[in-house]
Write a protein that binds this ligand. Structure first.
Ligand SMILES: [Zn+2]
Length: 335
């Protein structure tokens, strides 16, 4: 049994290709963080190496070793794996890691049937690493499957993208995710809230369900961003400076914060338009309703436009401090 939550079409596609022995050499799994890309990649690796009767069985030694990251023929490359000396994520996936992959890929499987390489966060491959990987994608060693995972397909080399079979994992509809989370043992209330807060990403929802700290931190960050509307310029500029400082090292953290903030304003717009059922932050309906009453629709739209513009400019490598300060000035003030 595959244990991916949702994505039944993508699972069926990969499983059929596997059973008919016509898997591509390389797949690109595209979708937002927590949507299920890594679970799907590891499930496929299990299915290819499972020794149980119904692959992937999840219970055989091979499935277990893949799950715990110990299988010699299934390798994960990311900014965190293999671990750096001080344990912190690297800035990028470098060429050494890719060369190591190529070396391993040229050898026959050690304990299983098929070698599988998962590059999680393929958009973090350095240009040299991506070019180096290209050679393997062009002339893949027999029997090797490479899975590139990314939330940011636009940051990959087009030549890399064109050599992979693309599988897109879209966020799950809230109602479907809610029922799937209930099947996984979440309470009806928890399933309802997390299906929406996660914006359709099951991994996010399960992490939040398992860790009160995770949700607390999410809440604190949202408080800070939503609270900007009542903050003076000094506090806004202090936040801009802090985020600009983070940007060079943890770009994705800043991007996630801006996305969260844009989600908040989107919710305000939905409430303003009477579409309460569609908001993501269902645990904050009261402040959303109060906020929606305090602004005109035009003000809310302007804030969303400013956020979208800031994200676009950061994408184009504009000066983060200037972009974020301009954004802080554009967010309306509420008394
Ligand atoms: Zn198995």
């Amino acid at each position: 049994m595959w244990n991916v939550i949702g994505h039944s079409k993508a699972v069926a596609l990969l499983d059929r290709a596997r059973r008919e022995n016509r898997l591509a050499h390389a797949y690109l799994l595209v979708g937002p963080g927590g949507v299920g890309k890594r679970t799907m990649a590891l499930n496929l690796a299990q299915a290819l190496n499972c020794t149980g009767t119904e692959s992937p069985c999840g219970g055989c030694r091979s499935c277990q070793r893949i799950k715990s990251g110990k299988h010699a023929d299934v390798r994960i490359l990311s900014r965190e794996e293999p671990r750096s000396e001080d344990g912190s994520p690297r800035k990028e996936i470098g060429i050494d890691a890719v060369k190591h992959l190529q070396n391993e890929a040229s050898l026959p499987p050690f304990e299983g049937r098929r070698k599988v390489f998962v590059i999680d966060g393929a958009d973090y491959l350095s240009p040299a690493a991506a070019n180096c990987l290209l050679k393997t994608l062009e002339e893949p060693p027999a029997g090797v499957v490479i899975l590139l995972l990314t939330a940011r397909e636009d940051r990959l080399l087009p030549t890399v993208v064109s050599r992979c079979q693309r599988v897109e994992l879209l966020p799950l509809p809230a109602a479907l995710l809610e029922s799937l989370l209930r099947e996984r043992g979440l309470s009806p209330e928890q399933a309802k809230v997390l299906a929406r807060l996660s914006r359709g990403c099951p991994g996010w929802a399960l992490t939040a369900a398992a860790s009160p700290q995770f949700l607390e931190q999410h809440g604190r960050q949202l408080d800070e961003l939503a609270g900007l509307e009542r903050a003076g310029l000094d506090r806004r500029f202090a936040l801009a400076a802090r985020m600009a400082g983070d940007f060079s090292k943890q770009r994705e953290k800043v991007e996630a914060a801006l996305e969260l903030c844009q989600g908040w304003w989107r919710d305000l717009l939905l409430v303003k338009g009477g579409l309460v059922d569609y908001v993501a932050n269902v645990d904050r309906l009261e402040p959303l309703q109060a906020g929606a009453g305090a602004y005109t629709e035009a003000e809310i739209r302007d804030a969303i436009t400013a956020l979208r513009e800031a994200r676009r400019q950061l994408e184009w490598n504009a000066n983060p401090r200037l972009v974020l300060e301009a954004l802080m000035l554009a967010i309306p003030t509420r008394n």
